[in-house]
Design a protein. Structure first.
Length: 305
C-alpha cells in the first residue's frame, strides 16, 4: 500500500479553495503560489491513482480471461456430453437389438428342443417296435418262412430309425449352433453394457464438472462486476489528478481554471460508484477522492469492511 501523508486530498482541496478565494480577491500571484505549493503532492497522487487504474485494468482483464476460459471449457464439455449422449443412444439401441436377438434365438432353441424330444420319443418307439418284431421272428422261425411281411415291416421300421437318428443329429447340431450364437450375443451384450456404464460414468462426471463451472462462473461474474466498478472508480480518480496535474504545470496562464475544478468538487450530484462491493450508492467526486485517501491509508481492508 502506498505510503502517503494522512489527508492528502484534504490538503489539496483546501489549497484549491484558497486559490479560488485569492483569485476572487484579485491576488493572482498568491493564487498561483498556493497551487505551486501542492504540485508535488498532486504529482504523487497522479502517479498513485494512475497505477491503481492500471492495476484495476489488469485485474479486470484477468477476470475476463478466467470467465472466457471457463466458458470455452464448459462449451467443450457440453459438446462432449452431447457426443456421449449420441453414443449412449446407439449402445441402448444395440443392447435392445441383442436382447431381441437373444429372445428370438431362445424361442428357436425351445422350439427345436421340443422337436428333438418328439423325434427322440419316435426313435425310442421305433426301436421298441423293431425289437418286438425281431423277438417275434426269433420265436416263430418257421412262421417267418411263410410270413415275409414281418421282414418288410422290420425293414420299414429300421428305415424310420435311421431317419429319426438323422433328424436328431441335425436338430442337435442346429440347437448347438443357435446356443453358440445366443452365447455370442450374451457376451456382446455384457461388453456393450460395460461400455454403456462407462459412458454413463463419463457423462455424470462431465455433468459434475459443468455444475462446478457454473458455480465458479457465478463467482467470476461477481468478481468481474466488482473489478469493473473498481476500474471505473480508479479511472475517475486518475482523471481528476491527471487534469489537476496538467493545470499545475500550466499554472502561469491557466490559474483561472482552478475555479472549474473547485466547482466540480463542490458538486452535490453523485456520479461515481464506490468500489466497496457492499455499497451500491453513487458518490460525489469529493466523496470519491476522500474514499481514495482512506483506501490508501487503510488498505484493502476498507473494501471488505
Amino acid at each position: 500500500m502506498e505510503n502517503i501523508q494522512q489527508g492528502n486530498f484534504s490538503i489539496i482541496a483546501i489549497a484549491l479553495e484558497d486559490s479560488v478565494q485569492k483569485l476572487k480577491e484579485s491576488q493572482k500571484e498568491a493564487a498561483e503560489n498556493i497551487l505551486r505549493s501542492i504540485k508535488d503532492t498532486v504529482t504523487r497522487m497522479e502517479v498513485i491513482s494512475s497505477r491503481k487504474e492500471q492495476e484495476a485494468t489488469l485485474a479486470q482483464q484477468h477476470v475476463k480471461n478466467d470467465v472466457s476460459e471457463i466458458l470455452i471449457r464448459e462449451g467443450e464439455i457440453r459438446n462432449s456430453i452431447a457426443q456421449v449422449n449420441l453414443e449412449i443412444n446407439d449402445f441402448q439401441v444395440n443392447i435392445a437389438s441383442k436382447e431381441q436377438n437373444k429372445t428370438e434365438l431362445s424361442n428357436q432353441i425351445n422350439s427345436l428342443s421340443w422337436q428333438l424330444q418328439s423325434v427322440e420319443t419316435d426313435l425310442r418307439r421305433h426301436r421298441a417296435k423293431l425289437d418286438e418284431l425281431n423277438d417275434t421272428s426269433v420265436g416263430s422261425i418257421f412262421r417267418s418262412f411263410f410270413s415275409l411281411g414281418l421282414d418288410r415291416a422290420a425293414m420299414g421300421i429300421a428305415a424310420l430309425i435311421d431317419d429319426d437318428a438323422g433328424r436328431i443329429s441335425s436338430l442337435r447340431e442346429e440347437i448347438k449352433r443357435l446356443q453358440e450364437e445366443r452365447y455370442t450375443h450374451e457376451v456382446q451384450a455384457v461388453i456393450t453394457s460395460q461400455i454403456l456404464n462407462h459412458l454413463y460414468e463419463k457423462k455424470n462426471s462431465s455433468m459434475r464438472l459443468i455444475s462446478e463451472f457454473e458455480v465458479r462462473e457465478k463467482q467470476l461474474q461477481m468478481e468481474e462486476r466488482q473489478s469493473r466498478r473498481r476500474l471505473v472508480y480508479f479511472t475517475e480518480i486518475s482523471l481528476f489528478y491527471g487534469k489537476l496535474s496538467l493545470l499545475l504545470k500550466q499554472v502561469d496562464h491557466r490559474v483561472e481554471d482552478v475555479a472549474d475544478i473547485v466547482g466540480e468538487l463542490n458538486s452535490t450530484t453523485p456520479t461515481i460508484i464506490s468500489f466497496d462491493p457492499s455499497n451500491e450508492t453513487l458518490l460525489t467526486l469529493r466523496a470519491s477522492l476522500e474514499q481514495f485517501d482512506a483506501f490508501l491509508q487503510h488498505g484493502a481492508a476498507l473494501i471488505t469492511s
